[in-house]
Design a protein around this ligand. Structure first.
Ligand code: ADP
Length: 189
């Protein structure tokens, strides 16, 4: 199996690039943000829990997120592996993912980080907010909070995967297709 984590701050282009990479390698794409938004739209219990946190730009609690992710992995066993987008976002989530995949006799192949500077991220998110219908993209203070959550809780995961020799960094600025090519090169390395 090929199990990839596409990593990066909010607005780095994880969703856009996951679609390209998924097609190329025949993977199942699991985006925790998309799954939470789907649950909010359908007014499920999970959606109600997640909404309070997402509206503020905070992370949804680990226990809720991990349980949700594990059940999604179990639902989708059809591909050559998975591309995880927006998960893990904390060290606790990464540890849980390692343990869970081990019970399936598999593991993370690589964690690929899309690198984009903070100013460019803010510009992209505000631009996306004009059309995405995502309220968390419209308010500058919520965007700031998401970037802070990333720097505080998520960025430390780089060290976690470096220690496992699974970390690759990719420049996330340029055209969509240029970045896709860089990502493929990092996967195939
Ligand atoms: P972005 O990468 O642009 O921030 P996402 O769609 O990935 O957007 O996530 C939107 C929101 O969903 C996050 O701000 C957070 O509240 C919640 N979320 C998504 N993934 C996770 C996760 N792994 N752990 C906790 N919360 C999450």
């Amino acid at each position: 199996m090929l199990n990839l984590i596409l990593f990066g701050p909010p607005g780095a282009g994880k969703g856009t690039q996951s679609d390209k990479i998924k097609e190329h390698y025949g993977l199942v794409h699991l985006s925790t943000g998309d799954i939470f938004r789907y649950n909010i739209k359908n007014n499920t219990e999970l959606g109600k829990t997640a909404k309070d946190y997402m509206d503020k730009g905070e992370l949804v609690p680990d226990a809720v997120t991990i349980k949700m992710l594990e059940s999604e992995v179990d639902k989708h066993r059809e591909g050559n592996g998975f591309i995880f987008d927006g998960f893990p976002r904390t060290v606790a989530q990464a540890e849980a993912l390692d343990k869970f995949l081990a019970t399936k006799q598999t593991e993370i192949t690589k964690m690929i980080a899309l690198e984009v500077d903070d100013e460019e991220l803010k510009t992209r998110l505000l631009e996306r907010g004009k059309t995405s219908g995502r309220s968390d993209d419209r308010d500058e203070s919520i965007i700031e909070n998401r970037i802070q959550e990333y720097n505080r809780k998520t960025a430390p995961l780089k060290t976690f995967y470096k220690n496992q020799n699974k970390f690759e960094a990719v420049n996330g600025t340029g055209s969509i297709s240029e970045i896709t090519e860089r990502l493929k090169a990092a996967v195939d390395k």
